[in-house]
Design a binder for this molecule. Structure first.
Ligand code: GLT
Ligand code: MN
Ligand code: MN
Length: 386
């Protein structure tokens, strides 16, 4: 019943199920899986697609011949399993060259190298069929603002994206760019720290229609924000090009937990939102298994992400079909139409009539709102007793 199917568009990055469990205090705990192994693992658990950074697939110092061999092997694995590669991205954060940023580095050679690396990675993504291209600027920030000017950094980032949009057009790749915000980690502070900040920035680009966002649950939760609200704003702006699903305790480091592992209620509202508005993009799980997991448990992790999504999707349908819940919502949103003449586009007559209207402010302020009752019904629905 909760079996993943291709139409659910469940995808994982090579770096997610391939995560070897290294952390700042500990060495790897799992053996490295090759990209081909990962494709087979994802096919085994029922995923639809696999996403990658350039260097998840092709090592940064590979020769052109080595690159071609790796890409051919990867394509063969995709063909054998039927998996697709809908999203690609650039690793602009692991190599020491990016330790002070990529597009916002103070060093012009690093900024130029970041552009070169991204164009080559876009070529790789295009070759494998990716139509969404993600930008996560993990090193685009500071520990001390003494050495960097945020206005200059913003200008460099804008110029880089404008350049790469033109490259996309020039090559006829037809990609959409998706900018991913994160407030901090690995930098002390990362520029454009929230999805809302990214949306504001996109409007300043030369090709805003080509650029949207890739919000991640954990990244908004790290900042103490309501993820579903950020996603709704992105959707309303026509900018929800991709989404990174995972979970996270509030206010902590980037935990990248299994989807729904921590905040069941927030995950429910999110799935309900995505399903009800008809989001058609990938449901990408940007998460990894606990460091305690072995390979068998990594598969349980991946299955769990998809299974929880599908269970919550069913719960959303149940919420809509629940008569008591819907009756409460109807009561809360009751509308006798008497205010309709005042809404909609401004006219002088409307403004005059509204200014003259007599409201019973005290009675309006005393109206009961059964949100406690509604929330308890939701909790009981999620706990499986409705
Ligand atoms: C890295 C980061 C993620 C980004 C990935 C894409 S890499 O794992 O923490 O949130 O989505 O660059
Ligand atoms: Mn992410
Ligand atoms: Mn993350």
């Amino acid at each position: 019943m909760y079996e993943p199917k291709p139409e659910h568009k469940f995808t994982f990055g090579l770096w997610t199920v391939g995560n070897i469990g290294r952390d700042p205090f500990g060495e790897p705990v799992r053996t490295t899986l090759s990209p081909v192994d990962i494709v087979h693992l994802l096919a085994e658990v029922g995923a639809y697609g696999v996403n990658f950074h350039d260097n998840d697939l092709v090592p940064i110092d590979a020769t052109p011949a080595e690159r071609d061999k790796i890409v051919a092997g990867f394509k063969k694995a995709l063909a054998e399993t039927g998996l697709v590669a809908p999203m690609a991205t650039t690793n602009l954060f692991s190599d020491p060259v990016f330790r002070d940023g990529a597009f916002t580095s103070n060093d012009p050679r690093v900024r130029a190298f970041a552009l070169q690396k991204t164009m080559r990675a876009m070529d790789l993504g295009a070759e494998l069929g990716a139509k969404i291209y993600v930008f996560w600027g993990g090193r685009e920030g500071t520990e001390t603002d003494a050495g960097k000017d945020p206005l200059e950094a913003g200008k460099w980032f804008r110029e880089a994206l404008n350049f790469l949009c033109e490259y996309n057009l020039d090559q006829g790749y037809g990609m959409k760019f998706a900018l991913e915000a994160k407030p901090n980690e690995p930098r002390g502070d990362i520029y454009l720290p929230t999805t809302g900040a990214m949306l504001g920035f996109i409007a300043t680009l030369n090709h805003p229609e080509m650029v949207g966002v890739n919000p991640e649950v954990a990244h908004e939760h790290m900042a103490g924000l309501n993820f579903m609200h950020a996603v709704a704003q992105a959707w309303d702006a026509g900018k929800l090009f991709h989404i990174d699903l995972n979970d996270q305790k509030f206010g902590r480091y980037d935990q990248d937990f299994r989807f729904g592992a921590e905040s069941i209620k927030q995950a429910f509202y999110l799935v309900k939102f995505l399903e009800e508005v008809g989001y058609e993009g990938s449901r990408h799980f940007d998460a990894h298994a606990y460091r305690t997991a072995d390979l068998a448990d990594v598969k349980e992790f991946a299955r769990g992400c998809m299974r929880t999504y599908l269970i919550l999707k069913e719960k959303a349908l149940q919420f809509r079909a629940d008569k008591e819940i819907q009756a409460l919502l109807a009561e809360i949103k009751a509308d006798d139409g008497s205010m309709h003449p005042y809404f909609g586009p401004y006219t002088k007559d409307k403004a005059d009539a509204l200014k003259a209207h007599a409201f019973d402010r005290v009675a309006m302020g005393q109206r009961g709102l059964p949100y406690e009752k509604l929330d308890q019904l939701l909790i009981e629905l999620l706990l499986g007793v409705r």
